[in-house]
Design a protein around this ligand. Structure first.
Ligand SMILES: [Zn+2]
Length: 183
């Protein structure tokens, strides 16, 4: 198997992105001291950094240690987060995902087209259309790309079976998410 690194690192990258957005991991700028592992715990993946591995030591804004690979993703994601903060409305400010089923009369789980958009809490302010998935499978795939938790996706599908409109609160839209959507 010839696994591409960006594929195998995807779950770690997603975890870093979520933690940065949630504030449980601070952003870094890439300044680092590299050396042999000293058994410190990696702040990113939580595993110890063994002497056979390269340890990256961060001192700003606080001291922390990370594996070389973990640190490199951490720097990349910090940069993406910085870009997303600088270009509103792709910010880390939570908003709402609106899912609308425009055709109220007929509903078919595989054929109905949904309209998914992101907006702030004020109606109509900065609402962005994210896609028009056809059927629940496509809707689920889109919501997964938007980092919506599986439990919320399940609720959304249940609600939309009965109702023409559903809102998912605490939605976060970053430039990184836009990148995964191919924008
Ligand atoms: Zn690590």
């Amino acid at each position: 198997m010839n696994e591409r690194p960006e594929v195998s690192n995807a779950p770690l990258r997603q975890m870093i992105r979520t933690r940065l957005a949630a504030g449980s991991l601070f952003p870094v700028d890439g300044k680092v001291c590299a050396g042999k592992g000293t058994g410190q715990r990696c702040i990113v993946c939580g595993m110890p950094i063994f002497a056979t591995e390269i340890e990256h030591e961060v001192t700003e804004p606080q001291r922390a240690y990370a594996h070389m690979t973990c640190h490199s993703l951490w720097v990349q994601e910090s940069k993406i987060l910085g870009e997303s903060r600088a270009t509103s409305p792709f910010s880390d400010t939570p908003g709402v995902f609106h899912i609308v089923r425009p055709d109220r009369r007929s509903f078919q789980p595989t054929r109905t087209v949904f309209s998914v958009s992101f907006g702030g809490h004020k109606d109509g302010v900065g609402t962005i259309e994210l896609g028009k998935p056809k059927g629940f499978d496509a809707l689920t795939a889109l919501l997964q790309k938007l980092s919506v938790p599986p439990s919320e996706i399940e609720i959304a599908c249940q609600v939309l079976t009965a109702e023409p409109h559903h809102e998912i609160p605490n939605a976060i839209l970053t430039r990184g998410i836009f990148r995964t959507l191919g924008w």
